[in-house]
Design a protein around this ligand. Structure first.
Ligand code: SAM
Length: 313
């Protein structure tokens, strides 16, 4: 809220509205007259949040859409210029609890993992169809999984007998194919969290990799960030909360490039690209949750908040 500082009458976009927690606070702070456009790829989240924000009437506009469509959706809904855009990336606690989509290790539902179940290929299709070396690459690149090769091999052996059906089956297969935490395998390393004590589940990185691939998370984010900057008024704020290093790196590099503007090689005597700087970062480092917040909400432990302000044209 401090990053966006929504004032009465301001226009804000929550590009990942989810359960509407941030949206609610933004709408309250921008009373009277402020408006908020909330997007989410997940139809169920939009339906739930529409009810939660009902009292704000037409001050809250909700659309089921992927945020990569932000550049088209926002002007259509009357948000052609805004004062703030928030991205709170990844998945919500409601999605984690939804056993129909297998975001969690305990899920008995089908291995789907799509935010928008009407688009793209579910996780079970990737697990059934990718070649062993493609699975290895996926777990390595998108999960930074040290045992990628072993896990991919175990999946290929398993699927010849029977397809993997649920989140729980996949989690158990991964757990059985990597060195146990007591043997000192790297899968047992600490998660780098602020409490420093939690061990992550051995399947965490495989689930992350599949979710990123299924939802094309690393491809959609740069498109959406660029659209967000184009919508911001001068002095408007961009705030992005990310939960893993791959997406935080994209945000960091995006802000650095938008701060630089010109992309001409240094040897050029004059600029020929014509690109001007559009953003100035607020703070040199991402903001992290306080110890008290991590205690109250352990899922916040990996959050990195980066904020930037829109420069005048
Ligand atoms: C961490 S939750 C957001 C929670 C929200 N800030 C709140 O206060 O409840 C992330 C949300 O972003 C959505 N999401 C993820 N990627 C998306 C994308 N490319 N386009 C639209 N929504 C997306 C997910 O469906 C999920 O509901």
């Amino acid at each position: 809220m401090a990053a966006l500082s929504p004032v009465p009458g301001s226009f804000q976009i929550d590009a990942t509205v989810g359960g509407g927690g941030h949206a609610l606070r933004i709408l309250e702070a921008s009373t009277p007259g402020g408006r908020l456009l909330g997007l989410d790829a997940d139809q169920a989240a939009i339906a739930r949040t529409r009810q939660r924000l009902e009292r704000f009437d037409d001050r809250a506009v909700l659309r089921q859409a992927n945020f990569e469509e932000l550049g088209e959706v926002a002007p259509e809904e009357g948000f052609g210029q805004v004062d703030g855009v928030l991205f709170d990336l990844g998945l919500s606690s409601q999605q984690l609890a939804d056993s129909d989509r297998s975001f969690s290790f305990r899920s008995e539902g089908p291995l789907d993992m799509r935010f928008d179940t009407g688009q793209g290929r579910p996780a079970h299709e990737l697990l059934a169809e990718l070649e062993e070396r493609q699975l290895t690459d996926l777990f390595r690149r998108l999960g930074e999984e040290p045992h990628a090769r072993r896990i991919a091999a175990a999946i290929v052996v398993q699927r010849e007998a029977a397809p993997l059906r649920t989140g729980r089956e996949l989690a158990e297969l991964v757990e059985g194919s990597v060195p146990s935490q007591r043997e000192g395998g790297r899968s047992g390393r600490r998660d780098g969290g602020r409490d420093g004590r939690r061990r992550i589940h051995p399947a965490t990185r495989v689930f992350q990799a599949l979710r990123i691939a299924v939802n094309r998370e690393l491809e959609t984010l740069p498109v959406a960030l660029s659209a967000a900057v184009a919508l911001l008024r001068p002095q408007g704020r961009l705030a992005v909360i990310s939960y893993h290093s791959l997406e935080d790196r994209i945000v960091k590099r995006f802000v650095a490039a938008e701060r630089r503007g010109c992309v001409c090689p240094p040897a050029f005597p004059v600029c020929v690209c014509g690109r001007a700087a559009r953003l100035a970062p607020v703070g040199s480092q991402p903001q992290r949750p306080s110890d008290a917040e991590v205690q109250a909400n352990p899922r916040s432990r990996s959050a990195h908040l980066r904020v930037a302000g829109r420069l005048a044209a």
